[in-house]
Design a protein around this ligand. Structure first.
Ligand code: 0A1
Ligand code: ZN
Length: 883
């Protein structure tokens, strides 16, 4: 790295803040060109840091601010008493306790980063996590500085009739002679500045209320742009369910009189848990069956819950520093996953979560950006809102839950809140509460927080007919990751069962025990190699390992194909029934990729086809589960299993297998489609499962592209009521060269051109088409009037859809896809570094491809690193990718 390169900061350098802030009084004078912010802070030297009270300079964070005035205890400071740097304001010799008044100006209109105070559809909005508050005013912008806020907002009364901030409304004025009005909000709870929020604009709201367990009535409001009121029902219902669930399962009640959500169209992430005033990407609020898919509905439910749950896990107890991000995110994701599991099908949800972990987190954990869920260092914290911190973090909390049991876990949670309510704490504090509440030793378990990489479990089984014993030998290892060449063994909860030849679970007694302990149990794997010996095993069993995916690891076990079909049919653990099918499918498809490379003819195993046949025709199976079980492993997952990803081979072979399955099961697929294909009115219930199985059947049938399938597909596109069905049909037509394709796309756009979230679907479908002309079409869609490069959802749909969701076209051997992505990254770098950095991450796995593709990708990464005015966000990802 050269001298001008941004510097990394390290967890080991953490020091408590030299000053604390008790109260913050903010006054915003909102203007589009210039907004003036007056901030009155009550500060004092931190006794922890300065036991002798010796003065140290006060260094406040600030970015892109113009300082207007600065005073301490009412006295304006002389220029010699302070210094302004590009990202700081230093006051050299402040008293031990004092009031600081800072007046600054900022330019919301010019803010395209969507961080700090910015404009969206003519309204004002803020995003402060992680370090956006420093773009609003000079402050100690770090989460371990917690203060009570009072916020006064003045703005044009006609342009900004609604003025919102955290907490409770304590004052509101009518419009004055100048056409402006003023409101004041007060938040009684101390919070870090990343939870501050302000919203101003023309907004309408839907209102409801919730009576908490202790009998307090809370007003619930969802604010949206006019015209969207009719799309908030599902979000509101989800919110009330979340509130009840948190009371029932965690004993946690909401703590303010009002809970507000605002949905905005321009937002970098999914949503933000600002105290009492959540700000959401419209994608996770607005939902009506005609315009949102079942996946969208489930997404709304999960994200509304996630942000609501943050009120305790994140807000009441927050993070000491940003290295501890998983303290709130891992825990809150685990909470929202469990919430969704309780509301919907648990196995189906678990499968979806594991698929997501494998699709995104496993690759991250084995690539150049691999980091522990509690990273040791970062250049730009915004780059660490990763699937590792979130999803692997959730798996780590889930493992604690598994190791302690539901009751022990709840005791740990209660102790955590008893000890730390109102504090900014560490991941270690969380684990300590879990230990202290239960007496369980989690010292080795803590390695999950400090070591990166996906552990691998190698398991083998040996049956002894004489002794009626079954020996499981478990070996664990973890590949090296950046900065961590050698790993220590993990503490891994291994849930398992043993199936007898009839497929029934065998009671499990370890040789060291007197009586069996159930038929499904959790073993503590703690050593590099460990043997578990089971007694009273009447016949050679088939082991069902890692039930429910009890740890985020890769499992290797020498199953025969027959073992796997046996588990697919018999395992009492639904997750493992699915998993057995995926393992078998993966094995067969990778074999076909080799066959193709060697020029051998392709043929799909009869046993596999029969197993799929059984699933399709099993009337007892849940529809959604059947759809998951009938879905082949994704191209991405198959690629991960290869030392060098054969993009074209995988694509072709998977397509071949789909056709072979469709041809073999054609009649049953047709009858399934017809049986489930009623164009039923929308409901978010079992109908979701019916739709997913029906559309899976249609997908297989369309792979044959015969006249009957096309007719069904076109018919569904035109007649379906639910967006899930419309999109499923459109997505299938989109991969074809049928004349109906362009007509359907055109009609879809005409129908939905005034609904931005639906237009996003239209962009992403086209970006993901496997047709060879896709890149050219994506390029021309960049100039479509509905495309807007400043809107993150549009970028994620079109550019992200292509580079992240279309392996064959993005990795075209010409390298044109890579050049396209690099062009977009460089454009976005100047507009919105967070979005740019999410896009540049799509290059991170470049070393997994063949030499030719590697060379092309490396050249684009080098071009990016060498570009002028690179943001730290993009620099960090691109430079680490090249290391
Ligand atoms: N804390 C939010 C996610 C979030 C993170 C960063 C943001 O801006 C950089 C915005 C939102 C959550 O977990 O939902
Ligand atoms: Zn979160």
């Amino acid at each position: 790295m050269d001298k001008s390169a941004p510097k990394a900061i390290h967890l080991k350098d953490y020091a408590p803040p030299p000053y604390l802030i008790d109260t913050v009084d903010l006054t915003f004078d909102l203007g589009e060109e210039v907004t003036r912010v007056r901030s009155s802070l009550q500060l004092r030297a931190n006794p922890v840091r300065l036991p002798d009270g010796a003065p140290v300079p006060l260094v406040l964070d600030g970015q892109e601010l113009k300082l207007v005035s600065l005073a301490i205890d009412g006295r304006t400071l002389e220029p010699a008493e302070y210094a302004i740097g590009p990202e700081s304001l230093t006051i050299f010799d402040p008293p031990a306790a004092f009031a600081l008044e800072v007046e600054t100006e900022l330019k919301p209109q010019e803010n395209t980063s969507l961080e700090g105070l910015y404009r969206t559809s003519g309204n004002f909005c803020t995003q402060c996590e992680a370090e956006g508050f420093r773009k609003i005013t000079y402050f100690l912008d770090r989460p371990d500085v917690m203060a009570r806020y009072r916020t006064t907002i003045t703005a044009d009364a006609l342009k900004y009739p609604v003025l919102l901030s955290n907490g409770n409304l304590v004052a509101a004025s009518k419009m004055g002679h100048d056409g402006r009005h003023t409101v004041t909000w007060e938040d009684p709870f101390a919070k870090p500045c990343y939870l501050f929020a302000l919203v101003a604009g023309v907004l309408v709201h839907v209102e409801d209320s919730y009576v908490t367990r202790s009998g307090r009535t809370v007003t619930l409001r969802i604010y949206v742009e006019p015209g969207n009121q009719d799309k908030c029902d599902h979000a509101m219902r989800s919110l009330k369910k979340s509130m009840a669930w948190d009371e029932n399962v965690y004993g946690l009640e909401y703590d303010l009189d009002i809970f507000m959500i605002v949905a905005v169209g321009d937002f970098n992430m999914g949503a933000m848990e600002n105290k009492g005033l959540n700000v959401f990407n419209t994608k996770y609020i607005l939902a009506r069956p005609e315009s949102a898919t079942d996946t969208d509905f489930l997404g709304v439910e999960a994200v509304v819950a996630h942000e609501y749950f943050h009120n305790w896990t994140g807000n009441r107890v927050t993070c000491r520093d940003w290295f501890q991000l998983s303290l709130k995110e891992g825990l809150t994701v685990f909470r929202d996953q469990e919430f969704s599991s309780d509301l919907n099908s648990r196995p189906v949800k678990r499968i979806a979560d594991v698929q997501r972990l494998r699709a995104a987190q496993f690759p991250e954990d084995s690539g150049p950006m691999a980091h522990p869920i509690r990273p040791d260092s970062y250049i730009e914290i915004n780059n660490f809102y990763t699937t590792t911190v979130y999803e692997k973090g959730a798996e780590v909390v889930r493992m604690i839950h598994t190791l302690l049991g539901a009751e022990g876990y709840r005791k740990g949670i209660d102790l955590y809140f008893e000890r730390h309510d109102g504090q900014a704490v560490t991941c270690d504090d969380f684990v300590a509460a879990m230990e202290d509440a239960t007496g369980k030793d989690l010292s080795q378990f803590r390695r999950w927080y400090s070591q990166a990489g996906t552990p691998e479990l190698d398991i083998s089984g040996e049956y002894d007919g004489h002794g009626r014993t079954y020996r499981l030998t478990v070996r664990q290892s973890c590949p090296p990751s950046p900065g961590q060449p050698v790993k220590q063994p993990y503490h891994i909860p291994l849930a398992l069962g043993l199936l007898d030849p009839q497929g029934a679970d065998i009671p499990l007694r370890l040789k060291t025990e007197d009586v069996p302990k159930g038929t499904s149990r959790v073993l503590d794997v703690t050593e590099a190699e460990q043997v578990f010996e089971f007694a009273d095993v009447p016949a050679p069993p088939v082991p069902s390992l890692l039930r429910g995916f009890s740890a985020p690891v890769k499992l290797r076990m020498s199953y025969t194909d027959d073992d796997l079909t046996f588990l697919m049919a018999n395992d009492s653990d639904a997750f493992n029934r699915w998993e057995a099918g995926q393992t078998l499918g993966t094995r067969l498809l990778l074999g076909l990729v080799e066959d193709r490379a060697a020029g051998r003819p392709l043929e799909l195993s009869r046993g596999f086809l029969d197993a799929l046949d059984k699933i399709l025709n099993d009337p007892a199976l849940d529809h959604a589960f059947a759809a998951q079980a009938l879905t082949l492993p994704s191209e991405g997952y198959l690629g991960q299993q290869m030392p060098v990803i054969d993009v074209d081979g995988i694509h072709e072979v998977r397509g071949f297998a789909r056709k072979a399955i469709a041809a073999h099961l054609r009649d049953d697929l047709l009858s399934t489609y017809r049986a489930l294909g009623g164009n039923e009115p929308f409901a978010i219930d079992a109908a979701i499962g019916r739709r997913s199985l029906k559309n899976l059947a249609l997908g297989y049938l369309m792979s044959l592209e015969d006249a009957e399938a096309v007719e069904l597909c076109v018919g569904q596109f035109h007649n379906a009521h639910a967006m899930t069905d419309v999109i499923a049909a459109l997505g299938l037509l989109n991969d074809t060269h049928l004349p109906q394709r362009d007509a359907a796309l055109a009609r879809f756009y005409e129908t939905w051109k005034n609904e931005p979230l639906v237009v996003d679907k239209w962009f992403s479908i086209q970006a993901m088409s496997e047709r060879p002309e896709t890149l050219a079409e994506v390029r021309s869609l960049l100039n479509h009037p509905a495309f807007e490069i400043r809107n993150p959802n549009k970028v994620y749909a079109l550019i992200g859809g292509f580079a992240g969701g279309n392996a064959v076209r993005f990795h075209d051997s010409s390298g044109a896809g890579y050049e396209f992505l690099a062009d977009q990254v460089l454009t976005l770098n100047g507009l919105n570094p967070q979005v740019a950095s999410r896009m540049v991450k799509l290059f991170a796995r470049w070393r997994k491809y063949d030499d030719r593709r590697q060379a092309f990708m490396r050249a684009q990464l080098e071009r990016i690193v060498g570009a002028p005015n690179l943001s730290p966000d993009v620099f960090e990802i691109a430079s680490k990718s090249l290391q």
